[in-house]
Ligand binder design. Structure first.
Ligand code: CP
Length: 323
């Protein structure tokens, strides 16, 4: 059995076969993923980062929508666990010739894969794969619905920084209504005992954010000093159909973080962002570069968290003992 930290990694596998939404995991299982990620993060700091854990397993990255962070970190995670990885993009797959997602799923299923990570512009596409494939399916972001592995790496970042998640006050700011990051992070934070406030102009606030466990506020300035975490969302210009604010400059003035609002962040508080950033809109260059901004820590944690998830979904300690 491989053992970066044998005791913490010899843990039972997750009850779920797939990760389609953050609610597929219990709070205890989320802690288990984060515990395993801590061990894998330590492995990622070693000169030799490769483990034999998933040797012989085949993992497919089916990214039918653009991605830098999620796709690269899943590729790295698979390589570091010695899985055989295959990558599909929209332009390189037969979907560009009109093949349906069901036909793509059935075709890939015929090749006896072990895990598929899918990113797709349609909410629910990962679920469609589960209906036509034997493999474990991970949602790498589906439309405006969920992005559960982003939530896991964000929860990891918060837990590592504060030592706990319960009782923290977290503001999630910006384009709430188009955000799959909010769709996973808000319920994930609530499950872990944090208090979540969604902050956005009325035109970017969903009708009922409380369904996802968040109270709503229209002003960033009203309670800025009270939050432990200020999580900035990207303005998703590709998903916005009608102008929800007069100009990006106007939005940045009311909802962006620059020098003045930086000075008002609680001592010990942190800024987070899932990336990619619209520089000068959600965050000024000064707010991106401040040590309080954990943006790049989040990216680094993403590899370890995805290694942990792949490891635990494919059998955890039980399978590792075969390695
Ligand atoms: N945060 C995130 O999902 O980034 P990518 O679109 O680059 O994967």
């Amino acid at each position: 059995m491989f053992a970066p930290d044998a005791e913490s990694l010899a843990m039972k596998p997750l009850a779920t076969k797939h990760l389609l939404a953050i609610e597929d995991l219990t709070p205890d299982e989320i802690h288990r993923v984060l515990d395993a990620a801590r061990s894998f993060k330590e492995v990622n700091n070693r000169p030799i980062k490769k483990l034999p854990t998933l040797r012989g397993r085949t993992v497919v990255n089916l990214f039918l929508e653009n991605s830098t962070r999620t796709r690269t970190s899943f590729e790295l995670a698979a390589k570091r666990l010695s899985a055989d990885g295959i990558n599909f993009s929209a332009s390189a797959s037969a979907t560009s010739k009109g093949e349906s997602l069901v036909d793509t799923a059935q075709t890939l299923n015929a090749m006896n894969l072990d895990m598929v990570i899918i990113r797709h512009s349609f909410a629910g596409s990962p679920y469609i794969l589960t209906q036509h494939m034997e493999a474990h399916i991970i949602n790498g972001g589906d439309g405006k619905h969920q992005h559960p592995t982003q939530a896991l790496l964000d929860l990891f970042t918060i837990r590592e920084h504060f030592g706990h998640i319960d009782g923290l006050k977290v503001a999630i700011v910006g384009d709430i209504c188009h955000s799959r990051v909010f769709g996973s992070l808000a319920p994930g934070l609530r499950m872990m005992g944090a208090e979540v406030t969604a902050i956005a102009p009325p035109t970017l606030m969903p009708a009922a954010p409380e369904v996802l466990g968040a109270r709503s506020l229209y002003s960033l300035d009203a309670e800025l000093e009270s939050f432990d975490v200020v999580y900035m969302l990207r303005i998703q210009q590709e998903r916005i159909e009608r102008a929800p604010f007069p100009t990006l400059r106007e939005y940045a003035r009311l909802y962006g973080i620059g020098r003045d609002r930086l000075a008002r962040i609680k001592p010990g508080g942190i800024i987070m962002h899932p990336g990619p950033v619209n520089r000068g809109v959600e965050l000024t260059s000064e707010a991106i570069d401040t040590a309080q901004n954990l943006l790049l820590y989040q990216v680094n944690a993403g590899v370890a968290v995805r290694m942990a998830l792949m490891y635990l979904l494919m059998g955890g300690g039980q399978d590792a003992s075969d390695a």
